[in-house]
Design a protein around this ligand. Sequence first.
Ligand code: GLN
Length: 245
Amino acid sequence: MRIVVGHLYPDYLNIYADRGNIAVLAERARARGHRLDVRAIGMRDPVPPGEIDLFYVGGGQDREQELVAYDLAAKADPLRQAVEGGAAFLAVCGGYQLLGRFYRDLAGTELPGIGLLPLHTIAGRRRMIGDVLLRCDWAGETLAGFENHAGRTVLEDGAEPLGRVVAGFGNDGTSGFEGCRYRRAYGTYLHGPLLPRNPWFADRLLEEALAHVGVEVRLDPLPDDLERRAHDVSAERARTRGGRF
Ligand code: GLN
């Protein structure tokens, strides 16, 4: 099958090799005989209703977020309709913050979000940097990655976190939660990139994108020894030194 991926602002929001997540999705799809058709969606580009199976947006400094926030907010309706229509969505860090209601950056500027996820974010003086380990009870799995953000994300009523923080700061360094999920949309602070060391999550996104294509399938497992070792090394680093200012 062909899976259409809408990569939002690849030229602006792409730090910590976040674009590597797309490479992992493409390779894991190819290994099962599927093909990723990646389309860049940039400034003033329309969001074609119903055509995109999986949206992706990476992270960025406050400056980049300021450059894209108003253009992204202008795409709020078609993006929300797409997710209500069953499209999958992965948003990392700065991109994750802009899926909420707003992001107030260090300068105090309030950037509009698209209001897809019930949350808002306010930047604080001390950055939350380091390795992170989450427990995702909804999937019976863990996620390991790296975070670097000034933003403190507040989950609002009805918000489902992506995971519980085992080690690291997470959304705000105090709530014990990280990320947010809604339908097939997932927001997280985890960079790294995230997917090479969390293959179960990459497959979950592919399965949900395929469901949007119209194919309900459980993907056959791949020989993920290297990926599992990368996960374990990252998890151990988080346990030993994550979540310290
Ligand atoms: N600029 C945002 C913050 O500092 C997001 C940073 C990022 O994407 N790594 O919180």
